[in-house]
Design a protein around this ligand. Structure first.
Ligand code: KG4
Ligand code: ZN
Length: 336
């Protein structure tokens, strides 16, 4: 079965073709970074309009590149939420319209299910059940994945998501948008010994996270510096990154102990962070847990994860009627 995946939940237009027999045939990604950069963050209305402009040309470009005719496609999967409502509606409307025109089934996919399953596009994959740390711009969650569609939430952020903390901290250090990768790059120049920030909510029991206090610690530290030079900024970036990574590792360790699971998957945009990947590798090797993560481009938003998650559901015969809806907020648990 050949499935076209469409991702338009935020500031990336992603499309992909997944073949249930041969795997991923191709994917294309158009990032709106340049469009939003001058505003210092994503402007929802501009995001929707740009998806309108880019989505259909991107689908055409992909089909030409991998030499697939529209008549070869057997199903369509589009992100139905959570995300920006206008942006979601573009993907949903195009996905449903193409499905109607081509007389094939279509399905709305949960964006976080896409992130959770993105690792399945790689050559080495975990077996069920496994633990997933989902760290994106909108969510920080620890999930137990028992089977496709059977997800139980073990803990989540009570305020900012890890990616959001990266973005906000980057902004107050004047690094602009997109903040996460810029802050991570600057942190490579930083001295880890100069500053120390707390590891939030690690002294209390439980698997929830809180990252909003970290940006206040960064702000106060930055404001208190007499010389606000690039080295100080890099040292702060490094200390912030260390605090986030340590916190994530402490909670993963706790979740592994609580669940007894022996496989850990890192998913979502922050999973592209090189130092997080290295630190998680060392930590899991020490405790004998298998670690899995998607390649960096499939950690951040992309069409391939949506095509994959949608293909699994379409193959089970699931699809939706012609009318459709999108959900700006949508809990992931119980997706069966
Ligand atoms: O999964 P994603 O693309 O979108 C959401 O579903 O939210 O995640 C985007 C988030 C942003 O907050 C971005 O700053 C962060 O992932 N991110 C990173 C890195 N690359 C992306 N954070 C830290 N280091 C990175 N290398
Ligand atoms: Zn995402």
């Amino acid at each position: 079965m050949l499935v076209l995946g469409i991702e338009t939940s935020c500031d990336e237009t992603g499309v992909a073709i997944y073949d249930s027999e041969q795997g991923l045939l191709g994917h294309e990604l158009y990032s709106q970074v340049e469009l939003h950069a001058k505003y210092g963050g994503v402007v929802p209305e501009l995001a929707s309009r740009d998806h309108v402009r880019k989505l259909i040309p991107l689908i055409k470009q992909l089909l030409t590149k991998i030499n697939i005719k529209s008549s070869d496609i057997n199903g369509i999967a589009y992100t139905a939420g959570p995300g920006l409502i206008g942006a979601l509606l573009v993907g949903a409307a195009v996905g449903r319209s193409l499905a109607w025109a081509w007389q094939i089934p279509a399905i709305g996919v949960h964006h976080l299910e896409g992130h959770l399953l993105a690792t399945m596009l790689e050559s080495s994959i975990p077996s069920f059940p496994f633990l997933t740390l989902l760290v994106s711009g909108g969510h920080t969650q620890l999930m137990q994945v028992n089977a496709i569609g059977q997800y139980s939430l073990l803990g989540e952020s009570v305020d900012d998501a890890a990616g959001e903390a990266f973005d906000k901290t980057a902004k107050l250090l004047g690094l602009g948008y997109p903040g996460g990768p810029a802050l991570a790059k600057l942190a490579t120049q930083g001295n880890p010994e100069t500053f120390h920030f707390s590891r939030p909510m690690t002294k209390q029991p439980g698997l929830n996270f809180s990252f909003s206090g970290l940006k206040t610690q960064v702000l106060t530290t930055w404001q208190n510096q007499e010389s606000k030079n690039e080295q100080v900024k890099a040292d702060i970036a490094r200390a912030f990154e260390d605090a986030v990574i340590d916190t994530l590792i402490i909670k993963c360790k706790r979740a592994i102990k609580q669940t007894n699971l022996d496989s850990l998957v890192i998913a979502g945009g922050v999973g592209a962070n090189q130092r997080l990947r290295e630190s998680m590798t060392i930590f899991t090797e020490q405790i004998g847990v298998k670690l899995f993560y998607p390649r960096p481009i499939f950690c951040t938003d992309n069409g391939a994860m949506i095509a994959y998650a949608g293909a699994l559901r379409l193959m089970k015969g699931q699809c939706e009627p012609l009318e459709f809806s999108a959900h700006p907020r949508w809990p992931l648990a119980n997706q069966t």
